[in-house]
Design a binder for this molecule. Structure first.
Ligand SMILES: [Zn+2]
Length: 692
């Protein structure tokens, strides 16, 4: 699903495929899914001391006996296994729809899936599906026409790489939908890959240029021509990286909110004709827009004036090739996997085609395939149970706010007001999207992708000036994730995550609260993290803390910045330096994890009390409190390739599993008490960080 929201929604976990690794062209056989236990005694490493390294204790045996499968870069006990299971169930549905559809919707998504699976046809068509784009790019004779080229490519659903344009909610008036424009233009995962002057990045840059050269050669250019084109691509992308705002700075809402009149924006960027571009992408006229990253657009304009026209042609051709690589003949596919999968992310084998096509169909027609998926995998009783759990967590966060030691009464009142206004969305949308205007052809894979891009683009651009649809979802039902959207002030839990081991009513409440309870608490706390706390209950960017409370809040978040910034993401070896986590980039997620663990624990205490039980009752040799922390930790057991760990440390706002567990439990004294730790041990420190 295309998402034109530039202010990011705050999700629970990054997707498994951090690098855009393409799928295998051969069809490997789908295997029935593994059922994941909610609580796994066998995962525990009893040789480890929970008070020294709780993650090792809770996950050690699982980590040892679950190496990363060849087609993955990260393998997580809960996330990956549920993702694999959900995708398998989706595949069954798509596969049946492809051969024997019984409804018009099934015919539509069945054909979408079938077109993706037909690799013989992909081979036979060769580069034909992207030739119209190549032809259009070859006709570019003058940099003044770049705006026309961008607009026309975009209007046809082809890759228009320079920047991202769409309609978003106004940060300061969430009831309004306005035009917004955001930096873009890069192929590597982050601007650091282009500009950091280290041996590792120099090597990656060299390999990237080799890869681009090979792709141009495969497309029919001479080696000399291809090398020249690749150098031009690298030069343009490096220049764009230099004027891009860092991910860390983009976390600050003020850094991505700059309202310009169209006329003033045009003055800032004289060498790209935005009026022509807006006309070509077919958006209604408007007078002001949010220029999220003005420095980028100023830099882009200067670059357009400077770079020769043939460099721009190379740059656009590259993006067409790169974007289509997974759906071109095997030679292109293999070359793209070799760099973006193997080299960048450490993935050994390509993702099987059936997995890639299932995910691709979900992204394009998620609320069509989701209807059957929900019927088969999300009973109404599950929704009712979730409503109860969410209410329990809301009460706990309210109690937590009331008793916070550092906040004034005035701010507490404002915080409670915001909490009371959070909307809950559980399972799937009340109203499904209408896909009847999306044309799908069984023998036209790239055409389907392009028509889907156009469909999503029109859907988004049509929102300009219209009222906000509060019932809209930003994730499809089979997704194993959850999110908080600060402009909506809502928490969203797709049916895909409301499955074991996250959500399991056959197990004791301690484990369930450690799983889905912490997930709910995490999303609620996002409303009150460094970023979410700057929005009010209506989703408007407005300060509701007193200056003293904001100062106290920042002192507390600074504590987490320093704490997580000291954690190691990847060790030093062979002349490659150690990679630490970025405490600022991961701050919001860490605050959400810490708040989630604390308030789900409070909700568990209430639930046990109502059942006449206590936190010290034992099951299978562990107290309820211990089972709660183990249930929580076992959600995050994971193995990850070193390349993916290093990449995630730069681009992923979530900490890796080890630190989501150890960083969080050492900030919550109930953990040390539950495991009988001595104060001063690593997981039970005397001084710790606490925000909420
Ligand atoms: Zn999150």
């Amino acid at each position: 699903m295309n998402c034109f929201r530039f202010a990011p929604i705050l999700i629970l976990a990054a997707g498994t495929a951090l690098a855009q690794a393409p799928a295998a062209t051969g069809a490997s056989k789908p295997m029935p899914p593994v059922v994941v236990k909610s609580f796994d005694l066998a995962a525990i490493d009893k040789t480890a001391d929970p008070c020294t390294d709780f993650y090792q204790y809770a996950c050690g045996n699982w980590i040892k006996s679950n190496p990363i499968p060849g087609d993955q870069t990260r393998w997580a006990r809960s996330f990956s296994l549920v993702q694999e299971r959900n995708r398998y169930l989706l595949w069954e549905e798509l596969n049946a729809a492809a051969s024997n559809p019984t409804t018009p919707l099934q015919k539509q998504f069945g054909n979408y899936f079938a077109a993706c699976m037909d690799t013989d046809l992909v081979e036979k068509k060769g580069l034909k599906p992207i030739e119209p784009d190549f032809k259009r790019i070859a006709e570019l004779k003058d940099t003044h026409k770049l705006a026309n080229l961008m607009g026309e490519l975009e209007a046809e659903g082809s890759p228009a790489p320079l920047f991202n344009f769409g309609v978003e909610q106004d940060d300061k008036d969430s009831s309004k939908q306005i035009a917004g424009i955001f930096q873009g233009g890069l192929s590597l995962p982050d601007r650091d890959y282009y500009i950091v002057d280290s041996k590792r990045f120099q090597e990656i840059r060299k390999q990237y240029v080799d890869h681009v050269t090979k792709m141009f050669t495969l497309a029919g250019d001479t080696p000399e021509q291809a090398a020249k084109e690749a150098a031009a691509v690298m030069e343009i992308e490096t220049a764009l990286a230099k004027v891009s705002t860092s991910r860390t700075d983009l976390r600050e809402p003020a850094n991505r909110y700059h309202i310009y009149t169209v006329a003033d924006f045009q003055k800032l960027t004289p060498d790209f004709d935005y009026l022509v571009y807006f006309k070509d992408v077919k958006i209604r006229s408007f007078e002001t827009l949010n220029v999220a990253t003005p420095d980028f657009f100023k830099g882009l304009s200067e670059l357009i004036a400077k770079e020769p026209i043939e460099s721009w042609r190379s740059y656009f051709r590259w993006h067409v090739l790169h974007s289509a690589a997974s759906n071109l003949p095997k030679a292109f596919f293999d070359e793209s996997f070799s760099f973006f999968g193997k080299t960048l992310a450490g993935q050994k084998e390509p993702t099987p085609r059936w997995k890639q096509c299932s995910s691709m169909t979900d992204r394009a027609l998620g609320e069509a395939v989701g209807q059957d998926w929900v019927k088969n995998n999300f009973p109404p009783a599950a929704k009712a149970s979730m409503d109860k759990l969410v209410a329990a967590l809301e009460k706990s966060l309210g109690d937590d706010i009331k008793t916070l030691p550092w906040m004034s009464d005035a701010t507490k009142k404002a915080a409670e007001e915001k909490l009371g206004m959070i909307r809950n969305k559980i399972g799937y949308p009340e109203k499904w999207r209408d896909y009847s205007k999306l044309k799908v052809e069984r023998d036209d894979l790239i055409g389907n992708l392009e028509r889907n891009n156009v469909f999503e683009r029109n859907y988004n651009l049509n929102k300009l000036g219209k009222p906000v649809d509060e019932k809209e979802w930003g994730m499809t039902p089979p997704t194993v994730n959850a999110y908080y959207n600060p402009s909506f002030n809502d928490i969203n839990f797709p049916a895909g995550i409301l499955q074991p081991p996250f959500f399991d009513f056959t197990i004791d409440p301690a484990v369930n609260f450690g799983g889905i309870g912490v997930v709910i608490g995490h999303e609620m706390t996002h409303g009150f993290d460094d970023e979410g706390s700057q929005y009010d209950g209506l989703g408007n960017l407005r300060e509701w803390q007193t200056p003293e409370d904001r100062k106290a809040f920042t002192e507390r978040t600074d504590c987490e910045v320093a704490e997580y910034g000291s954690f190691e993401a990847a060790p030093a070896h062979d002349g490659i330096p150690e990679q630490k986590l970025n405490g600022k980039l991961t701050l919001g997620e860490n605050t959400a994890d810490n708040g989630g663990l604390r308030i789900a624990y409070m909700a568990l205490l209430d639930t046990l009390a109502a059942e006449g039980k206590t936190i010290n009752d034992k099951i299978d040799g562990y107290t309820e409190a211990q089972r709660y922390f183990l249930g929580f930790a076992q959600v995050w057991c994971q193995n990850q390739t070193e390349q993916a760990s290093r990449q995630a440390a730069l681009v992923d706002p979530h900490s890796p599993g080890r630190w989501r567990v150890n960083g969080t439990v050492q900030n919550f004294d109930q953990f040390g008490k539950a495991f009988g730790c001595t104060q001063g041990q690593p997981m039970y420190p005397v001084k710790y960080c606490r925000v909420w």
